[in-house]
Ligand binder design. Structure first.
Ligand SMILES: Nc1ncnc2c1ncn2[C@@H]1O[C@H](COP(=O)(O)OP(=O)(O)O)[C@@H](O)[C@H]1O
Ligand SMILES: [Mg+2]
Length: 226
């Protein structure tokens, strides 16, 4: 599904150019559960911005289902991003003035669904992540773990092909982290949603099928978890 071939990313910084990703070759199959590990500053977020169709200032090739989207229009790229990938972040990134229902509806606003269909779809994913009883509240009324469930609901509401989660358990206590990981594992198994999770936590990484270790902008090694 995902194929990166000799991907490099440079950033200009005044006079100098920093080489941040170096000859990245990664393949990810449909249904895989991948953990990305590496020290702070090693290039993990830069890499997932490329995978998530946010950044295309790279050289080399990114093929998604054999298609290259590097040179499409911004609109087309946004369309592809919206229907292909769900994002989950460490700090949830929910809209504070909107209810849980409204937050999870946002990715569906461009889907052409009627408001009734949208409501049904949102209620169904809120049930999937076990947070339906909070649907009329605003995010600050919820605990961190509950807010992350809402963010996960938002990430899956469009039935994406894969989910990118950048340190999704980084702000949560260990029991809540475990609950959130159990939820990702369930979504992966039941819906075959491909998962790419950035984590510093070895316990989290060990629940993946495969760990890709990034060091100084390179794939240092790949590790299959038994
Ligand atoms: N948009 C950007 N412009 C310039 N430098 C960047 C940009 N994004 C990331 N970098 C640099 O790339 C390096 C890797 O950053 P990042 O991918 O965020 O690492 P990680 O997520 O592994 O902590 C850092 O040195 C960072 O300063
Ligand atoms: Mg990062």
């Amino acid at each position: 599904m995902i194929n990166l071939v000799n991907v490099n990313r440079h950033f200009k910084n005044g006079e100098e150019t920093n080489h941040i990703l170096k000859d990245i070759n990664i393949s990810i199959d449909t249904g895989e559960f991948i953990a990305l590990m590496g020290p702070s500053g090693s290039g993990k977020s830069t890499l997932i911005n490329i995978l998530g169709f946010i950044d295309r200032g790279y050289t080399g090739q990114y093929l998604f289902n054999d298609e290259n989207y590097q040179n499409v229009s911004d609109n087309k790229l946004a369309f592809v991003r919206n229907k292909t990938v769900g994002f989950v972040f460490q700090n949830f990134k929910l809209i504070q003035n909107n209810t849980i229902m409204e937050n999870v509806s946002i990715p569906l606003l461009y889907s052409g669904m009627s408001s009734r269909e949208r409501k049904q779809r949102v209620e169904s994913v809120l049930r999937d992540v076990n947070i339906e009883d909070k649907k009329n509240l605003v995010p600050k009324k919820l605990s961190g773990g509950q807010q992350q469930r809402v963010a996960i609901a938002r990430s899956i509401v469009n039935k994406p092909k894969f989910i990118i989660a950048d340190e999704p358990t980084g702000a949560l206590d260990s029991q809540t982290s475990k609950d959130i990981m159990d939820l990702f594992i369930r979504l992966n198994r039941e819906q075959n949603t491909t998962m790419i999770i950035v984590t510093h936590d070895r316990k989290v990484a060990e629940q993946a099928d495969r760990v890709i270790h990034i060091l100084d902008g390179r794939v240092q090694r790949e590790e299959v978890i038994e």
